[in-house]
Design a protein around this ligand. Structure first.
Ligand code: HEM
Length: 367
């Protein structure tokens, strides 16, 4: 198609007349305009624009992951786009300080005009949560009511429709389950891993037993019980039935196969073929951590501006927001992989045939 020849004008291209005419302080309609209401509107609007960009990146990542085969260059693009989301998130965090330049008294000048609108109705924020993998049934009961209950019918239907599609978490699980390296021919990595774990835990037990003389009965019992608990955690990783019980209890989300392959990537991240997958998983951890940090900072901001008042959306205010920060983490399973990392000296060495598949070889020409 031919490119247009007419010149582009900055303001038209960005549709600035529309964009800049959408800041309409409500206080102006009821008397003197509250000076800080414009800041309140602009900060929220900028957030919504960034949410739009984050969704744009996330949807493109989901599209790559939906393909039956994830090409290497697509994986590199996914990592680059996740990195972009991380950079946007640092802006989102910083913007809270701009909002905090408004004092509680300035806020009270127009706060009553907002009721019952609230961040609960940010449909794009909900979309980010759902797309990442936070499902309605994973939420606490009180949260579930706020999650959909405050949206109008059109927005609620939009979120329910997205819930029907595969989330990034599910797509990442599919991709992880396809990873072939941990089992090859006669090689079963997980048998080797299990015996390395046994060696590590036996050595921990020996240390406790050697120190018995220096420990009181209570300390001895507590240390041995902690060791048993660690053994049970490893069992629940390696035994599929126990792992599925954890999923049923809502303590894990990723399938056992997906979790094991994610762990394999973490353990052998320096192998050339696994480095990009490692960056991928690590970025997901960063993004989850950044949203959680934002939630905590937003809760503190709400405390600072509202004290213990309830929110305009009807929640208990900063108490509710702190609870939501703690309970709405999405990629906790990836954080928990650190539990199963072994020290380097115990890491099973991979057979040559597996190693060869994980390396890039540039063989020199023989004369
Ligand atoms: C004066 C500044 C702000 C205060 C005092 C405040 C306070 C609150 C409170 C109390 C809630 C709980 C719902 C309710 O009962 O209303 C809430 C929810 C929320 N707010 Fe804010 N907020 C502020 C600014 C912002 C900004 C700038 C954003 C950016 C988009 C935002 C996004 C959200 C979101 C997404 C929720 C839902 C959180 C969840 O359900 O986990 N808020 N806010």
């Amino acid at each position: 198609m031919n490119r247009p020849t007419e010149p582009t004008y900055y303001g038209d291209y960005l549709d600035l007349n529309t964009l800049l005419s959408t800041q309409n302080p409500k206080s102006a309609k009821y008397g003197e305009e509250s000076h800080d209401e414009t800041l309140f509107i602009i900060v929220h609007q900028v957030y919504e624009l960034w949410f739009k960009q984050i969704l744009h990146e996330m949807h493109s990542i989901a599209a790559y992951l939906k393909a039956p085969k994830l090409e290497d260059d697509h994986l590199a693009t996914i990592v680059a786009r996740l990195d972009r989301i991380k950079k946007i998130q640092s802006l989102l965090l910083d913007q809270l300080t701009v909002m905090e330049s408004m004092t509680p008294m300035d806020f009270l000048e127009f706060r009553d005009l907002l009721v019952p609108a609230s961040g609960f109705q940010s449909v794009q924020f909900r979309e980010v949560e759902v797309l990442m993998g936070l499902r309605t049934h994973n939420r606490k009961k009180v949260d579930r009511e706020y999650f959909l209950g405050r949206l109008n019918q059109q927005d609620r239907e939009r979120i329910l429709k997205i819930e029907e599609e595969k989330s990034l978490l599910e797509l990442i699980q599919d991709w992880l389950e396809r990873m072939p390296f941990a089992k090859k021919g006669n090689f079963d990595f997980w048998k080797e891993y299990e015996s390395a774990v046994k060696q590590m835990l036996d050595s921990d037990e020996a240390i406790i037993n050697n120190n018995l003389a220096t420990l009181s009965d209570i300390q001895k019992e507590a240390q041995l019980e902690n060791l048993q608990a660690t053994k049970r955690t490893f069992d629940s990783l390696l035994d599929e039935k126990l792992h599925n019980e954890q999923i049923e209890k809502g303590k894990r989300k990723l399938s056992q196969k997906g979790t094991l392959n994610a762990l394999f990537i973490m353990l052998y991240r320096n192998e050339p073929m696994l480095h990009l997958p490692y960056l991928f998983l690590n970025s997901l951890i960063d993004i989850d951590e950044n949203f959680t940090t934002w939630r905590y900072r937003h809760a503190l901001m709400a405390h600072r501006l509202l004290g213990t008042k309830i929110g305009t959306g009807g929640s208990s205010g900063h108490h509710y927001l702190k609870m939501a920060a703690e309970n709405n983490r999405v990629y906790e399973d990836l954080f928990n992989l650190s539990t199963f990392i072994l020290p380097k000296n115990l890491l099973p060495s991979l057979p040559e045939e597996v190693k060869k598949n994980l390396h890039f070889y540039f063989e020199s020409k023989k004369n």
